[in-house]
Design a protein around this ligand. Structure first.
Ligand code: ZN
Length: 252
């Protein structure tokens, strides 16, 4: 036990007593950390507004048995463009909620930390309709739950190694992470998997195979909306709960 330094994104906060707050942080070095910020709700708090959700901060913490204690905070980024735009703020909430769900307490996940900071920076610079689903896809891949895209997840049709006379997948394809990814027309008929269009499948492929920037700049808004629906459904299945912030987004 002792003092340690780390960088973190504030995922959420909870009141504690009159003037204190418990902050849930995604740290770079220790995964999810819950810490007490004493006096943070007083007007003259030495922490100022730096410990609000979405803050990217550098901290000095004192390690405790259950909760750590925040002793110093410096702001790294404030993401002002996100805070000042309700639509982007709702998207940021969805990112924070999924990061909260998949991170483990005191278990470093540098990949997830980098993805979250990168997604918040991208959202701050440009409001792409594909940003939230792209983050969700990357999280699924990080969890080892990447969808099968190079052929049918059900029967293997169209997979390069198995390609028979039928060649690559064609016809009306479906997409369902419960089934493992893309489904050929035959396998799709046996499930309730929703259909996927060729442009939407192409966007998912680009996000997962190294053309994230290109996918985020795509101007095919219909395909982006389709990817958003399909991927949100997949993440919800993966997390086995409906995401509160996604429900809020859809209500708007
Ligand atoms: Zn199949």
């Amino acid at each position: 036990m002792g003092l340690y330094r780390d960088e973190a994104v504030v995922l959420r906060t909870m009141r504690l007593g009159e003037a204190d707050r418990i902050v849930t942080l995604l740290t770079r070095g220790r995964g999810k950390v819950r810490a007490v910020a004493k006096g943070v709700r007083k007007t003259k708090s030495r922490f100022g507004g730096r410990l609000e959700p979405l803050g990217h901060v550098a901290l000095l913490l004192y390690e405790g048995r259950e909760l750590d204690v925040v002793t110093q905070v410096e702001s790294i980024e404030h993401f002002r463009a996100v805070r000042e735009d309700l639509d982007r703020l709702a998207k940021a909430q969805a990112l924070l909620e999924v990061a909260d769900q998949v991170s483990q307490e005191r278990h470093a996940n540098v990949g997830l930390y980098r993805m979250l900071v990168g997604a918040l920076r991208a959202l701050s610079a440009h409001d792409s309709p594909l940003l939230v689903p792209a983050f969700f896809l990357k999280v699924l891949a990080g969890e080892g739950a990447s969808p099968v895209l190079d052929g049918c997840a059900g029967c293997g049709a169209g997979r390069p190694a198995l390609q028979g006379p039928s060649g690559p997948l064609s016809g009306k394809l479906a997409f369902d992470l419960v089934e493992g990814g893309v489904l050929c027309p035959n396998c799709a008929r046996r499930t309730s998997a929703p259909a996927i269009s060729a442009p939407a499948l192409d966007l998912i492929r680009r996000v997962l195979t190294g053309d994230l920037a290109g996918a985020l700049n795509s101007d095919d808004s219909a395909a982006a909306a389709e990817v958003d629906r399909l991927v949100t459904r997949s993440v919800e299945h993966h997390l086995e709960r409906r995401l509160r912030s996604v429900t809020v987004l859809n209500r708007w």
